[in-house]
Design a protein around this ligand. Structure first.
Ligand SMILES: [Zn+2]
Length: 452
C-alpha cells in the first residue's frame, strides 16, 4: 500500500472493492449511477471485481493440500519436487510489509487471516522461513517528524508477534539465528527498515536500531530525505547521497547493517557503490530491462555493478515492477481518475471517486503479470551476471491487488520453484535464489562488522 502510483492505487482499489462487495453497504448514489453510465458499463452489486484474485486464492488452497499429501512421497513430478525443495532449503524474502499492514488494520498473523498476503499457515504452506519484516516509514514523516517513534512502534509490533506465538515465530538478528530457527522449524522474522528517516541525522540512532534488530536500511522511500535522493522524486537535492548519507553508509558497514539500494535514485546507487565496503542488497527491485524508464527497477548496468560488488537483487513480484503493460495501465487509470474528479468537481479521496475506481476496474481489468513474466526477470539477470546475485523480494502486503496469478501470497513460493525447474534451473541454483545469495551477503556484512 505504500508504493506510489499504480501500487498505491491498486491497494486502494482492492480495499474499496472489498467494501463494495458487501451488498448491504452498496449504496448507489446519483453520482455513482453517473459514474457507471459514463463508463458505459452495467455494474451490478453481484459483480466481483476481485473474482480473478479469488480464483487464484482457491488454486493456492489446492496446492497447499497437495503439499500436505506429498510429504514423504517419492518425487514424481516437478510440482512435487518444487514442494520438497521449498521445505528442504531456507527461503528468505527480502521485503514483506506485515508491520505497516497490521498498523493499518490489526490481524493475528499467527493464525489464518482474512486479509493480506502473509500469515503463519500460508507461510508454512509456502515453505517460507525468513521473511524480512519491513519497518516502513512513510516519506511524509521526514518533514512532520515522528519517524523514529513509528519505527520503534513497528519494531515492538514484530517483537509482540513473536512473543505471542513463540512456537511459530522467532526474531532473527543474525544469519546464525535464521539457521538455528530453521533447524527448529520456527519462522524467523528478521527486520529491515524501509526509509532511513528514523535515523534523524544522528548516528546514535543507527546503533539504537541495530540493537533493536534492524539488519538492513532502505536509504529512502518515495521522496528525497536527509540521506539520499529517491527514484520516485523528481527533486534531486543531493544529486545522489547527501554528505550525511555517505557517512551513514560507512557506519552501516562498520556496525553490520546491510545497505538496501531499492528506492534510491541512480546517482545515489552509484554513490553507494563507490563507498560501500561490503556487498549490498536491493531488497525489492526488478529488472528495468522489462520496464524501460522506470527508475525504481535496476538497469542492466546497475545489476552488473551490483554483481561486481557481490550484492543481490531481490525480485519484486508486483505487476508494475514486472511488465510495462501494468505500468501503462496505472498511468491511464491515474489520468482517468484525475479527469473524473475535475469534471465532477469532487475530491480525489471522496466516495464518488472510490466508486469510479471500482467501476473503472470492472471495465478495464488490471493486467496482472504472469508467473512466466516474473521468471523472465530471473532469466534475464542470470544471463546477465550469473546465478549468484538474484533473490526474492516479493513486496507481499506492499503492492496491494497487483500480484501475478500463481504468486498471490506467501503460500506461492513452490509455484516459483516449479517455474524455475521447468526452465532448467538446478536444485543448487534454486537454493541460491531462495536464500543462499542473500545469506552470503548478510554473512559478509557480519564478518566485516566484526573486523571493524
Ligand atoms: Zn518499497
Amino acid at each position: 500500500m505504500k508504493h506510489i502510483s499504480a501500487d498505491t492505487s491498486s491497494h486502494i482499489i482492492s480495499q474499496t472493492a472489498n467494501k463494495y462487495n458487501n451488498k448491504t453497504q452498496f449504496k448507489r448514489s446519483a453520482l455513482m449511477v453517473a459514474v457507471v453510465l459514463s463508463l458505459g458499463v452495467a455494474v451490478s452489486a453481484c459483480q466481483d471485481p476481485n473474482a480473478s484474485v479469488q480464483n487464484a486464492k482457491d488454486s493456492t488452497v489446492k496446492s497447499t493440500e497437495t503439499a500436505k499429501k506429498s510429504v514423504g512421497v517419492a518425487v514424481v513430478d516437478q510440482a512435487q519436487l518444487a514442494i520438497e525443495i521449498s521445505k528442504k532449503y531456507i527461503i528468505t524474502d527480502g521485503h514483506i510489509d506485515v508491520p505497516y499492514r497490521l498498523e493499518s488494520e490489526f490481524e493475528n498473523v499467527a493464525e489464518h487471516t482474512a486479509h493480506g498476503d502473509f500469515d503463519f499457515p500460508r507461510a508454512v504452506a509456502g515453505g517460507l522461513d525468513a521473511p524480512f519484516m519491513s519497518i516502513y516509514i512513510p516519506a511524509s514523516l521526514e518533514k512532520t517528524g515522528g519517524s523514529k517513534a513509528l519505527a520503534d512502534k513497528l519494531i515492538s509490533m514484530v517483537e509482540n508477534i513473536v512473543k505471542e506465538a513463540p512456537d511459530k515465530f522467532a526474531l532473527a538478528h543474525s544469519t546464525a539465528d535464521v539457521e538455528k530457527n530453521f533447524a527448529k522449524g520456527i519462522i524467523s522474522l528478521p527486520m529491515g527498515m524501509e526509509n532511513g528517516s528514523p535515523i534523524e541525522g544522528d548516528l546514535a540512532n543507527l546503533k539504537h536500531f541495530y540493537d533493536r534488530g534492524i539488519r538492513y536500511i532502505t536509504l529512502t522511500h518515495s521522496k528525497a530525505n536527509h540521506i539520499s535522493d529517491s527514484s520516485y522524486d523528481e527533486a534531486r537535492p543531493a544529486g545522489g547521497l547527501t554528505d550525511f548519507g555517505k557517512t551513514l553508509v560507512t557506519e552501516m558497514n562498520n556496525i553490520g547493517v546491510m545497505v538496501d539500494v531499492s528506492h534510491i535514485s541512480d546517482d545515489a546507487f552509484n554513490d553507494v557503490m563507490a563507498i560501500s565496503k561490503t556487498p549490498v542488497i536491493a531488497s525489492h527491485s526488478s529488472a528495468r530491462h522489462f520496464t524501460p524508464g522506470f527508475e525504481r527497477n535496476m538497469s542492466d548496468d546497475m545489476i552488473k555493478t551490483l554483481a561486481k560488488n557481490g550484492g543481490v537483487i531481490q525480485i519484486n513480484f508486483g505487476s508494475s515492477f514486472i511488465t510495462q503493460k501494468a505500468i501503462e495501465y496505472g498511468k491511464l487509470r491515474k489520468a482517468a481518475i484525475k479527469s473524473f474528479s475535475a469534471e465532477n468537481n469532487v475530491e480525489e479521496k471522496s466516495d464518488e471517486v472510490e466508486a469510479f475506481k471500482v467501476a473503472y476496474k470492472t471495465k478495464y481489468p488490471y493486467p496482472f503479470a504472469s508467473l512466466s513474466d516474473v521468471l523472465d526477470h530471473y532469466d534475464h539477470i542470470v544471463k546477465l551476471v550469473g546465478i549468484d546475485y538474484v533473490g526474492i523480494g516479493s513486496d507481499y502486503d506492499g503492492v496491494g491487488d497487483s500480484l501475478p496469478n500463481n504468486l498471490k501470497d506467501v503460500s506461492s513460493y513452490p509455484n516459483l520453484i516449479e517455474g524455475l525447474l521447468k526452465r532448467g534451473y538446478s536444485e543448487q541454483d534454486i537454493a541460491k535464489i531462495l536464500s543462499g545469495n542473500v545469506m552470503r551477503v548478510w554473512k559478509a556484512v557480519e564478518v566485516y562488522a566484526e573486523q571493524h
